[in-house]
Design a protein around this ligand. Sequence first.
Ligand code: ADP
Ligand code: MG
Length: 664
Amino acid sequence: MALIKLQGVERCYQLGDNEVRALDGVSLSIEAGEYVAIMGQSGSGKSTLMNVLGCLDNPTAGRFLIDGRDVGTLGPDELAALRRERFGFIFQRYHLLPHLDARDNAALPAVYAGESVGRRGARAQALLARLGLAERLHHKPHELSGGQQQRVSIARALMNGGQIILADEPTGALDSRSGEEMLTVLRELNAAGHTIILVTHDAHVAAQARRLVELKDGRIVRDEVTQPAVAAKAVQPDAVAPMRDAPWLLRMAVQWREALATAWLSLRGNRLRTALSMLGISIGIASVVSIVALTSSARNLFEGEFVGLMSGRLWVWRDTAKLPPGTPSSPFRPAEIESLRALPGIAAIQVERRVQLVVRHRNRDASMQASAANADTLRDRQRKIAEGRFFTPYEMAAGAQVALIDKQALESVFKKGESPVGQTVLLSLQGTGDFGGGTAAATPLPFLIVGVTDSSSQLGFDFGSGRLLVPEQTLARKLDVRSTVESFSVLMDFKLPPEEVERQIKHRLVGLRGQQDFSFWSGNEEFEKLQRFNSGFAALLAGVGAIALLVGGVGVMNIMLVTVSERTREIGIRMAVGARQGDIRLQFLIEAVVLCCLGGLTGVAFSWLAAQGLNAVQQTLQVQVSAAALVLAFIVSSAVGLIFGTLPARRAAALSPVDALARE
Ligand code: ADP
Ligand code: MG
């Protein structure tokens, strides 16, 4: 069976209304081991025939069989496999990839067969050494002479076996000495069993072949054997054995590695362009990361400050401001509070007990408000112990005469720099007051200061901060005689909406008191306001981020389209040596993703720096750029790369090899 068989092959080009028949009914049969020269004048169809033979181009009519297999029925990937496993191309203009060195250029076809870096490097090195380029392995094409470049392209043609070598005017661009060397190599290859098909318009070159086929206007006008073909037994089978594809997984790993390496080279080769296209993505990712960091830090802060304290609570306090001046009003009575406890939707009522005291230390005294403290106080009020300690459970249960003093209040009775902890102060009730009537604390009582509280909330919220804290029991037993209930807070159980609870309390209290001499304040409402602000801010940043990502993505798509058109010839070369459409798609997709991920990484770096700056100038909001943000940035920028890289990658993969190669 003939290795190659053409039957009535036509290839027409449509040029406007004109139809150019580059091949017009070519029938030709070539056996393994032949050395065929295809001759003819310029424009006679030689290159077109060569492209058809090499599965780079499809005939418009007729049949083309390789080993009896009809090539016309094969899909793009099967054609790529044929090119990879059977053919080696030698082009007049060498068609080496300019950014790769001699060894990597020669090894290129093995990339698409899935050979590992080490193995393909070794094989390329051996081939180049045989062609006299052992000293030139790491030279880029522009550092090599024409003859040397052509030898690199021979090595590339032999990389995967090169059973059939197609050489289109291989000596056309060479000086005569290099040309002779080239012909010698081809003869040797033929002697080793490679089938050689050589295109030339030069009779001297054609004379090297064993068979002459002459084309004229797309038709064969001469076909004669000038020397007998190489004897079949002279063929060295392993010299022409095709390199088979590696297992799928390994091949994918090799493909990914190649795509990443190529992306890196390409991006590094266009630094300014890369930096500019990264910018949009960076801004987008910086916004996204900042949102996550800011909102989560802000939420921590707000929740720490408010949620424990206020959410689910309703404050009720005596307030006569809305009543006509002079209207009498009294503090809340215990019976009123008790009656509220029975209302639905209320989990607990906490009465705020405070008392105005005179604090005396040595010869200084000051008027201060004291509040009751229990075990929840510290958590509730965001108080921190600045010095000393909090009350012990025993002190709280026993009503011990111990107190905590507020940091700001300190200075009114203690000397500057003096530690109050461990000192004793005398507490007595101030004035006579209007209500109550006992005289339990009419004489000053000694209290031990056990600690200093730092109650200044970071946001300036400081609800009912007594300047002095004493245990609840102590206040009740020893100081409470003059305390009045001016306010209380209601802890809701969320079985009813807060507004409904508020309405009921209002109804009940107005019923009992005869007038509305009180006001409400709901922590919920404030918290919701803050949350609305917070989420509004997040939405704004998210909007900025989304727009920047969109703009950045479009920028990346744009630059990738430019890259594809700039690198069309590279794509053609890769396809000629056997790259599948998927390989090309992967290459450009990965380049887009790498570009976006680099942008994302700089974006994260931006926001990290911004966070450090923000944290350095203020303490209220400590922003953390977390590992989760990094992962998010990676995912988002990869997604942007995938989305916006798809179109350019598809474009690249859809190129026809012959068109891509012809592009300058
Ligand atoms: P040769 O290699 O022998 O010089 P070609 O195979 O390159 O000839 O071209 C054969 C004919 O086909 C020429 O007339 C040429 O103008 C035409 N041709 C080749 N490629 C194209 C193309 N892509 N589009 C239109 N016409 C083409
Ligand atoms: Mg030509």
